[in-house]
Design a protein around this ligand. Sequence first.
Ligand SMILES: [Zn+2]
Length: 453
Amino acid sequence: MDPAIGDIPRADILIRSGQIIDVGPHTADRETGDVQTIDGAGTVTLPGFVDTHWHLWNSLLRGTVGDRPGTDYFTVKRALAPHFELEDFYWAARLGLAEAAGGGITTVHNFDHNVRGPQDADANIQAHLDSGLRGRFSYGPPDSSAPESTNDLDDLARLRDRWPGDRLDGRLDFGVALRGPYRTPPEVYEREWATARSLGLPITMHCDRCLREEGCRSCGLVRLEELGLLGEDVQVVHAVHAGEEDIRALARTRTRVSLSPMTEMRTMGFPLLTELLEAGVQVSLSLDTLAMPTSADILGHLRTIISVEIARTGSGTVTPRRLLQLATIDGARDLGLHDSIGSITPGKRADIVILRSSDINLVPSGDPVEALVYTGQIDNIDTVIADGRILKRHGRLTLADDEENPVAVAAARRDALLGRATAAGDWHWPACTTANPSQTISGPATADEGSPR
Ligand SMILES: [Zn+2]
């Protein structure tokens, strides 16, 4: 992913103290002393994937959201969100981040749109640090909060004091998740934007529906530009209804766009990947939520995306290599991290994925980039390194001896969550009436409910 280095058929990657020191043939021969060696024969090595929009808090909802009536994302979220305890937020984030690590995603932007208080924010930040991954925590309002209520702006300043750089290990920074002009009145969004910018915090917002009352499309991106609300410090998520003028506004203002094609195609429409790239918009990719449900099988997602783009546009703009760039260096660029991650470049931090190219689905071999995107899968990921720490080895997540398994704990927390919701009369498993599937499968969420915001 570094054009100055290119693809190297046989190379060593020398890492010291979490930093890539050298890349090229036989660099490891120079290193003496206590060196750990990972044999990369029969593998392909990539920079770690970067996810730029993920609601980690609702990872516990996977398994309860589905296609049967009464199990759509919004119904389940409304029923279960009030029963979350503080520990649930921590373990939901750990579950999502563990799945990320297993899938080779070494950076996650946690778009937290259910921060109910300072403790929730702290739990998410602690989970991120404990996971070993890199990322951003973007502070949002509580789920279903009134349009007139602003984000807890005082707590944004507190975050800086409570979590100084040395506590964040150089792996986490902060942003704000705002609802924007579509969902909040001017006195709210103007204050939120001004505060975020005065604190130097990047802004993220969903743009998933049409701003009909303004007579424009896709949450009024042209109008947002006129209001001075777009820019390099702003990430717009989805924008699936953007018209040509909206896309030009994004390009002019160098606003970032995060696309989550797997959830967009289920509830919103086709992501406009080709159009955005051809207009020169800075695009990156994201999972959105595990609840929808989806999974961290990035290569599977890329394969779907390229097939859809070719079928939809007939354009050759989206190629396998372009997709790998979107999932790595362009994600890093979205988060302002392209000088430190996103490619295997000496001087950058060691966020690295090693895939077995000798697995059955990648044999016989050809162009490795085409092979990964067209036939690669999550099972091929042998080793994942984040900031020099090995988080996955020989296909399994590494855990310290005294470390609780996030998968097991999160599953237990989810069951306890359902127990509390059931006792309160807010939850019951829908009847499984598979005798007549036509009555049990509902369509996508209504236009009113839109995306998994
Ligand atoms: Zn979202």
